[in-house]
Design a protein around this ligand. Sequence first.
Ligand SMILES: Nc1nc2c([nH]c(=O)n2[C@H]2C[C@H](O)[C@@H](COP(=O)(O)OP(=O)(O)OP(=O)(O)O)O2)c(=O)[nH]1
Length: 155
Amino acid sequence: MSERIVVVGAALVDDGRLLAARRSAPVELAGRWELPGGKVEPGESADAALVRELREELGVDAEAGGRVPGEWPLKSPYVLHVWTARLRPGSAAPEPLEDHDELRWLGPGEIWDVHWLDQDVPAVRQTLAHLGAAGGLTSSGPGSSRPGAEEVPGA
Ligand SMILES: Nc1nc2c([nH]c(=O)n2[C@H]2C[C@H](O)[C@@H](COP(=O)(O)OP(=O)(O)OP(=O)(O)O)O2)c(=O)[nH]1
């Protein structure tokens, strides 16, 4: 029997930008970018895990929104679920306290400027579609960079 363990990743959005975090460990993931988050513990809800992980890793007071539809396989036995999240009023700004050595807030035209973990690319793409449908971020995918495409002239 194979047991799956859910890793929750946060699509933390603030002021129309998505937070990306560069992993500092383990060595095979170091230097690549991900959605901050971590493993859901036994008996813990996914949204509670997300809030806990964001507090531990980034020092922020966040609240979970909704789950982005989909599930992405990571190294067995892990699977990635993505939840939208936002900072609560009065939260500290995120800092790379644990697991990461750099953070970047990415605007709609910058999403693919960072070297996401390979396994995160489809999750990020789906997250953008989800956020775009909700009136949030929009961006074209990796390899289809169209500078300025998201700018709507003449408003
Ligand atoms: N948080 C997160 N982990 C990811 C992503 N993509 C990806 O492959 N992973 C992997 C890295 C790790 O092997 C695993 C999650 O581990 P973690 O180290 O972030 O979780 P954690 O804080 O609960 O870990 P732990 O040190 O307490 O055991 O999933 C992602 O976008 N976000």
